[in-house]
Design a protein around this ligand. Structure first.
Ligand code: GLU
Length: 270
C-alpha cells in the first residue's frame, strides 16, 4: 500500500547535507532543496523545514577547524551559524517568492501545554501566510536539560505538533540497512518498515560527524512520528528531487508506515 495523499509535509535536512566538512555552506544542496520545496509548495502542499547546520555552518563562518566542544563555544558557534543559514534561506526562498519564518525551540517549548499551544499557533499562522517555517533547536541558549538533542527527534516532534501527513528525513545515507553499509558491503537495504517495534535493536548505520544524528536517532524519530500517525521516510539529501517521486508514491528510501491511531484532531489538539 502506498502513501496517503500528502497535504502537509515536514522535511528535515541534516548538517552533512547543508555544509561541507570545512563548515562552509553547501550552496549546491541548499539551492536544490529550496527550489524543490518551493515547487512543491506551488503545487499546493504545505511545507515545514527542519534544518540543522547551525553549529556546522557556525564553525566554518568563524574560521574554526571543527565544532568546538565547550558548551559556551558551541552555543556561540550555533548563534553565528543559525544567522548564516537563515540569511541564505531567506535569499533562496525569496527568489521563488516565499518568505521564511524562523522557529527556534527547546524541549520545554513542546512539553509545557501553554507554550506548545503558542508554538502550534505560530506554525499555523506562518503556514496561513504562505511562509516557510524553518525550525531548529535553540542551540545558543540550550543546555543539556532542555535540549531535544538531535534534529531527527526534533523533526518528529514538529511533525506530530503540526499534524503532518508525511515526514521526510533527508540524510547522507539512502535509508535503513540491516548493518552499516560503509563497513559491511553485504548490508541489506530495508525499503519498508511496517512494524517499527519489531526492528532489530542491532540495526545500525553511522552518520557523518557534522550532525548529531546517526541511524539510531532516525529510527527513534520514526518511532515517535509513526506512533502519532505520520508516515516517515529516510532518504538521501543530495538528491532532493527524490521528494517528487515520494509525493507521487514511488518507492524511495526507507518508509516507516504510520500507525493508524490518529484521528486528525488528536495531534492538533495535543
Ligand atoms: N541543532 C544542531 C545544529 O543546527 C543540529 C543537531 C543535529 O544535527 O541533529 O547545529
Amino acid at each position: 500500500m502506498g502513501l496517503k495523499k500528502v497535504k502537509r509535509l515536514v522535511v528535515k535536512v541534516g548538517s552533512s547535507t547543508l555544509t561541507y566538512e570545512s563548515g562552509k555552506l553547501n550552496h549546491r544542496n541548499m539551492e536544490r532543496i529550496v527550489r524543490v520545496l518551493s515547487d512543491i509548495m506551488n503545487s499546493g502542499i504545505e511545507v515545514v523545514l527542519v534544518s540543522s547546520g547551525a553549529q556546522a555552518a557556525g564553525f566554518g563562518r568563524l574560521g574554526l577547524r571543527e565544532k568546538p566542544k565547550e558548551l559556551r563555544l558551541k552555543q556561540a558557534t550555533a548563534s553565528v551559524g543559525q544567522g548564516a543559514l537563515m540569511y541564505i534561506y531567506e535569499k533562496y526562498f525569496g527568489e521563488y517568492g516565499y518568505p521564511v519564518g524562523q522557529i527556534l525551540l527547546n524541549r520545554s517549548d513542546v512539553e509545557e501545554q501553554c507554550r506548545r499551544q503558542n508554538l502550534q499557533n505560530t506554525f499555523e499562522a506562518l503556514i496561513e501566510f504562505g511562509a516557510v517555517p524553518i525550525v531548529n533547536e535553540n542551540d545558543s541558549v540550550a543546555v543539556e536539560e532542555i535540549l531535544i538533542g538531535d534534529n531527527d527527534t526534533l523533526s518528529a516532534t514538529v511533525a506530530c505538533l503540526v499534524g503532518a501527513d508525511l515526514l521526510v528525513i533527508l540524510s547522507d545515507i539512502d535509508g535503513l540497512y540491516d548493518s552499516d553499509p560503509r563497513l559491511n558491503p553485504q548490508a541489506r537495504f530495508i525499503d519498508r518498515v511496517e512494524d517499527i517495534d519489531s526492528l532489530e535493536a542491532s540495526i545500525s548505520g553511522a552518520g557523518s560527524n557534522r550532525g548529531t544524528g546517526g541511524m539510531i536517532t532516525k529510527i527513534q524519530a520514526a518511532r515517535m512520528a509513526v506512533s502519532c500517525g505520520v508516515d516517515t521516510i529516510v532518504t538521501r539529501g543530495d538528491t532532493p528531487e527524490l521528494l517528487y517521486d515520494i509525493l507521487e508514491g514511488k518507492p524511495v528510501g526507507t518508509l516507516f508506515v504510520a500507525k493508524n491511531c490518529r484521528t486528525g484532531n488528536d495531534v492538533k489538539n495535543g
